[in-house]
Design a protein around this ligand. Structure first.
Ligand SMILES: C[S@@+](CC[C@H](N)C(=O)[O-])C[C@H]1O[C@@H](n2cnc3c(N)ncnc32)[C@H](O)[C@@H]1O
Length: 215
């Protein structure tokens, strides 16, 4: 998925991703950023272990990208293993002038819907989405580019993502919507008047039938 050659791996922790990319000749250089001093120590230790220069994978102690003066040369920003709200905040802190021509590769470990909505409403095009399964866990990967156009996403685009064909993921989303209906059912007569994050009772029923026919 990474098209460019100078990546910024935000929340790099141990720098396994840039190390793998370098060893497999996928990148020219990487910035391994982390907010934690402990993670920076781990990154430096791993660079020694794999005999990689700190001029090739450059450890940077930073909150998001705020501490990276060289953002201008970055082609790809990876933010993986962090919650969707935290990823949104990290992106919000980047000046829009600095976002053009950068590929964003995002793997939120929570609140994927929040992140999708934030991206659409902040001028991003979600170019590709994928779901990867590892040890019975599903991981969402979102590729996005900044196009500077506000878009009001439909609820189905927020909850189900863009063209995700993974049946396990669609079933997971349907299960989540059913749970909202079950919660609403407990409210008895009131249930049709309560607006949830995915709309009213009827909207959620419609989303479920739309998802059952999703291909
Ligand atoms: C669970 S690890 C993910 C490591 C790796 N990216 C992965 O996917 O395996 C999350 C890392 O993000 C870092 N982190 C959290 N918020 C951050 C922020 N605002 N800026 C930079 N790093 C952050 C944490 O210190 C931690 O090392």
């Amino acid at each position: 998925m990474i098209a460019g050659d100078i990546i910024a791996d935000v929340g790099s922790d141990h720098a396994y991703l840039p190390i793998w990319l370098w060893q497999n000749k996928k990148i020219k250089k990487a910035y391994a950023l982390d907010i934690s001093v402990n993670s920076i120590t781990k990154i430096k230790k791993n660079l020694k272990k794999y005999d990689i220069s700190e001029n090739i994978i450059i450890p940077v102690l930073s909150d998001g990208l705020l501490g990276l003066a060289e953002l201008y040369e970055v082609t790809d920003i990876v933010i993986a293993g962090i919650g969707g709200e935290n990823i949104s905040q990290i992106i919000k802190n980047i000046e829009t002038d600095n976002m053009e021509n950068i590929n964003f590769i995002l793997q939120p470990n929570t609140k994927v819907e929040f992140l999708r909505e934030f991206l659409y409403k902040s001028g991003f095009d979600l170019t590709k989405e994928n779901v990867v399964e590892d040890e019975n866990r599903l991981y969402n990967i979102i590729c996005a580019v900044f196009i500077g156009k506000y878009y009001e996403p439909k609820p189905i685009e927020i909850i189900a993502g863009k063209n995700i064909k993974h049946p396990g993921y669609i079933n997971k989303v349907i299960g989540k919507l059913y749970n909202i209906l079950i919660d609403l059912d407990e409210k008895c007569d009131e249930k049709f008047n309560i607006k949830t994050e995915f709309g009213y009772y009827k909207d959620i029923e419609n989303l479920i039938s739309e998802l059952k026919n999703y291909d």
